[in-house]
Design a protein around this ligand. Structure first.
Ligand code: ATP
Ligand code: MG
Length: 346
């Protein structure tokens, strides 16, 4: 059972409610592809449940979070009735874990130690407080991608290094054992494929500290707009976003990271190019009205999205999972068997 169409794949960890960076950076690109180009592509949107607790979570809440995120995929417009679209939970396809162990033995301790996310987290928490899962997850991520021979993996800019690592590992295996894996496209090629106007992947920044990316596991949550935020709460978060004292609405990510981030968010919410909103606020010298425009747009988006979320039918989700997980096991097991044979296990 081999994939007959090029595969587009992405996953979003269910460790917390999703935030707008996840939505615009990973979820929306794959859903747009699913709507516009299923037929040409196989679309895999999966729940990386094994990745959920590489950082600490409330395990009593994990099942709820997983279900909530699956509802979010559906509310965001994933066409569940399309036979080229697959929605599945990683842990229901055991090949992910098995391939990870094999690839671990060909991945370098040094190269994983150099991953920026690992370095940042271990510097912040101390090596004694960081799990082996956090260290090792790029290999699991490589397995998630390579098992399905995925060509395109829409992810935010923060995952650039892990995509490069996946490409490198796949190439290393192919050089040694023959053509086992399709190399996923580089981040540059992906940005072009998904039609980013700047030719690079998206990075929405934290509203409070616009020099760091918005993250759903952020401790305070003040700089992060969650898809489940009360619209009025999110409105306040935008109104109190960090700006600067330049007193001009410019897109300048070096000197005005906060203002630039709000411009970017506004353009995404309106579905227009960045230049359009930059032009709209050209010459504006006070931030109050500008922020209110963004805050209103955020609140309207959340109101609309949450209405869609409330209308999602769980039975449709459950039957899609059963169907996709059966098929994904066939595809993944085929790749796994090729690898097992190559390394001498079969
Ligand atoms: P966590 O803090 O738990 O790591 P996260 O917000 O970084 O949460 P992930 O589950 O790690 O979310 O990533 C899901 C997807 O969302 C990935 O493809 C990632 O690149 C993308 N993504 C995460 N944050 C942003 C952001 N601020 N801007 C654009 N894309 C993002
Ligand atoms: Mg992350």
């Amino acid at each position: 059972m081999q994939m007959t169409k090029p595969v587009i794949l992405t996953g979003l960890r269910a460790n917390n409610d999703l935030q707008i960076g996840n939505y615009f950076g990973a979820l929306l690109p794959i859903i747009l592809m699913a709507k516009q180009r299923a037929g040409e592509y196989q679309i895999n949107l999966f729940m990386p449940d094994l990745h959920s607790f590489t950082t600490p979570v409330d395990h009593a809440q994990l099942q709820n979070n997983i279900m909530n995120n699956l509802r979010i995929f559906t509310a965001a417009g994933l066409p569940l009735d399309n036979p080229d679209v697959h929605m599945y939970r990683q842990s229901y396809v055991p090949a992910h874990s098995e391939l990870t162990w094999i690839l671990d033995c060909f991945a370098g301790f040094g190269e994983l130690s150099r991953m920026t996310e690992f370095k940042d987290k271990s510097a912040r928490l101390g090596v004694e407080h960081i799990g082996v899962g956090q260290f090792n997850y790029p290999v699991l991520m490589a397995s998630d991608i390579l098992l399905y021979q995925a060509a395109y993996v829409p992810v935010g800019d923060d995952q650039r290094q892990h995509i490069e690592f996946t490409r490198m590992l796949a190439e290393r295996m192919n050089n040694r054992f023959g053509e086992l894996f399709t190399l996923p496209a580089s981040m540059q090629e992906q940005a072009e494929f998904f039609g980013s106007s700047e030719g690079r992947a998206l990075r929405i920044m934290d509203l409070q500290d616009p020099t760091k990316k918005m993250s759903k596991s952020d401790e305070s949550g003040k700089g992060c707009i969650f898809l489940g935020d009360e619209p009025a709460v999110a409105h306040k978060k935008v109104m109190s976003a960090t700006t600067d004292s330049v007193a001009q609405v410019n897109h300048d990510t070096i000197n005005q990271p906060g203002v630039s981030n709000l411009l970017r968010i506004l353009a995404l919410l309106r579905g227009v190019e960045l230049e359009v909103v930059v032009h709209e606020f050209n010459g504006v010298t006070s931030y109050g009205d500008f922020k209110r425009t963004v805050a209103d747009e955020v609140a309207a988006f959340l109101t609309d999205f949450q209405a869609k979320l409330a209308a999602v039918d769980d039975t449709a989700i459950k039957s899609k999972l059963a169907e996709s997980e059966a098929l994904m096991n066939q595809q993944a097991n085929q790749t796994l068997l090729n690898v097992q044979k190559a390394v001498g296990l079969r």
